[in-house]
Design a protein around this ligand. Structure first.
Ligand code: ATP
Ligand code: MG
Length: 552
């Protein structure tokens, strides 16, 4: 299941660090904030960190970066662990939490104050923003920057004791208000939040910021390589500054950046996903239209296909957007050899074979998989009433149309050749059924010289069960919905189509490994969690075989 780290900048920097510290154990971590469910972008980071540890005989930890109780919850803490396990990875040691270090971090903050490297800010947030300056203009020192060490210790203690209002004070590092890198302009290290924390309850009212927490947690855990995404490039200077000032000088962890995964036709940021959920555009974090790991699982994606996808896209520093077709090709490849083939009709139209007795049936034995005979065989039934797909029928000849045309012949897959000769219309002027003839001596004879207009899938009424098919299309119309300030304007209102059709009867009772391939349509995963259509057979389309079906 695991592949080696490919050549590239990651391999190179690992080589260099190993030659510099040959006896050091490589140690990585995956540090999600429990403020949402994991998505496929996180999978990229998970695969990177866990594969490195595995290849180099090191450790990879799971650390929940829980420094902001406002957006975090135990539900997210649990879902993150489930999703990582589902992907097939095991972290070393127990789950770690940034909150495990709150006491130590507090002591380190006091150390910085005592070294005159941190102070308690009393400007309002708006004033702080004005004092910070801009890319072009240097910032200005806060009037509180020169408080004495004792004053700062006293005020920080007061903050910790809950005697200071939220937002009216914070602890800042004393670095340089004119630094070219704005992050170094006295960054905030601690803020006040009066909210119950999922791990520490009401123990704390001051919470350390990401920048202060992350580097210290990395150092305390003996992380050697701390990988994050490119937007943290400027934070690297602060990461180093904090570790240096706190004397983590022997073998400190190093931060390295790589580019985020962006996927076409979707958004990945947890904040945006939360918005879609809050607005009821999707049904929750595990909605099959989302590229969250739980959404993909619900849709029928396998962990293997996601790991392979992550390995294929590789790790670089170039920002780019990956086509969905790459992910789709990974799942198709993963399911191809092991998925039973069945026939299903998702937009049925009825066929009556007028020269086949309604009292007879013809049993036909067919392979469950044309290229994998190990999957065995099954019986299908031919009878006088059949279903085919609406879009496999045309009244008239159309260029490149392969299917049943009035007056022409088509082969029913594994079965006979039939010819359509009349359409029966109902009261509403819709097609009620199509009358056809079958040719008795054409059963399964593929290489006959008969001129046919294609091979189509079908079902006998006597061998079918009603089923509901959920056909998913992209949730966003445009390739890059984030170009629009309001991503909601980009929503595709037809992202989930419900179809009432039929599947082979055998599907009702059989237990299969994972998914079916419904011939000529796509791969489908039985949705047993759907609460809307209870006691019915429901299938989620994982991926279609042809783009044509996306338009159904
Ligand atoms: P989001 O923007 O979705 O909230 P985040 O970066 O805030 O993501 P974290 O929980 O902090 O989410 O992320 C945990 C790890 O996953 C980090 O190391 C982060 O860099 C990485 N990560 C997050 N999103 C992506 C992505 N799209 N591609 C690759 N790695 C990602
Ligand atoms: Mg975040």
């Amino acid at each position: 299941m695991f592949t080696k780290i490919p050549d590239g900048f990651i391999k190179e920097l690992l080589k260099q660090s190993i030659s510099k510290y040959p006896d050091r154990k490589i140690c990585t971590r995956f540090p999600p904030e429990p403020n949402g469910y994991l998505h496929i972008g996180h999978a990229k980071s998970i695969v990177l960190n866990f594969n490195i540890a595995k290849e180099y005989g090191g450790n990879c930890y799971l650390r929940l970066d829980d420094t902001n109780p406002i957006k975090e919850s135990i539900e997210f803490v649990q879902s993150i662990q489930e999703d990582i396990k589902w992907l097939g990875f095991k972290w070393n040691a127990n789950v770690k939490y940034s909150s495990d270090y709150f006491h130590i971090l507090y002591q380190y903050a006091i150390t910085l104050i005592k070294k005159n490297l941190a102070y308690v800010e009393q400007l309002t947030q708006e004033e702080m923003r004005l004092y910070r300056g801009s890319l072009k203009n240097p910032g200005k020192n806060s009037p509180f920057r020169n408080q004495t060490i004792d004053e700062n210790l006293f005020l920080f203690q007061k903050m910790k004791s809950g005697l200071v209002q939220e937002g009216s004070m914070c602890l800042r590092a004393k670095i340089n208000m004119s630094a070219a890198n704005i992050i170094m302009r006295d960054p905030v290290l601690y803020r006040i939040i009066f909210k119950k924390h999922h791990q520490t309850n009401y123990d704390w009212v001051i919470y350390p910021m990401y920048d202060f927490t992350h580097c210290i947690a990395d150092a305390l855990e003996g992380i050697t390589h701390s990988f994050c995404t490119l937007e943290f490039q400027d934070n690297r200077q602060l990461y180093k500054w904090i570790l240096k000032k706190l004397n983590f000088t022997t073998n400190p962890p190093q931060q390295y950046e790589f580019s985020k995964l962006n996927l076409e036709h979707t958004v990945l940021s947890k904040r945006k996903l939360q918005k879609l959920i809050n607005l009821n555009i999707v049904k929750g974090w595990n909605d099959p239209r989302l590229y969250t790991l739980s959404g993909l699982r619900n849709r029928g994606y396998t962990p293997n296909s996601i790991r392979i996808f992550c390995e294929k896209i590789g790790i670089t520093k170039q920002q780019n957007t990956i086509q969905l077709s790459l992910l789709e090709s990974c799942i198709k490849k993963d399911l191809d050899y092991t998925s039973f083939r069945r026939m299903a009709i998702i937009n049925p139209i009825k066929i009556i074979i007028t020269n086949f007795s309604n009292k007879k049936i013809k049993k036909i034995h067919v392979l469950n998989h044309p290229k994998n005979p190990e999957l065995g065989r099954r019986k299908i039934i031919f009878s006088n009433e059949l279903y085919i797909e609406k879009n496999d029928f045309s009244k008239y000849k159309v260029d490149n149309f392969q299917g049943l045309i009035l007056g022409e012949k088509v082969r029913l897959r594994y079965s006979y050749i039939i010819k359509a000769y009349q359409i029966i219309i109902n009261k509403n002027n819709n097609i009620k059924c199509i009358l056809c003839k079958y040719y008795p001596n054409t059963l399964g004879k593929k290489n006959q010289k008969e001129k046919i207009n294609g091979i189509i899938h079908w079902l006998s009424k006597k061998n079918s069960e009603p089923a509901i098919f959920k056909i998913f299309n992209n949730l966003f119309l445009s390739k890059n919905p984030e170009k629009n300030k309001d991503i909601i304007e980009e929503i595709n209102l037809k992202s989930c189509l419900i179809k009432y059709g039929f599947v082979e009867s055998i599907v009702k009772s059989e237990k299969i490994k994972h998914a079916y391939q419904f011939e000529r349509i796509g791969y489908f995963f039985q949705d047993k969690k759907d609460k809307e259509f209870q006691n019915q057979i429901i299938f989620n389309q994982i991926v279609s075989l042809k783009n044509k079906y996306k338009k159904i």
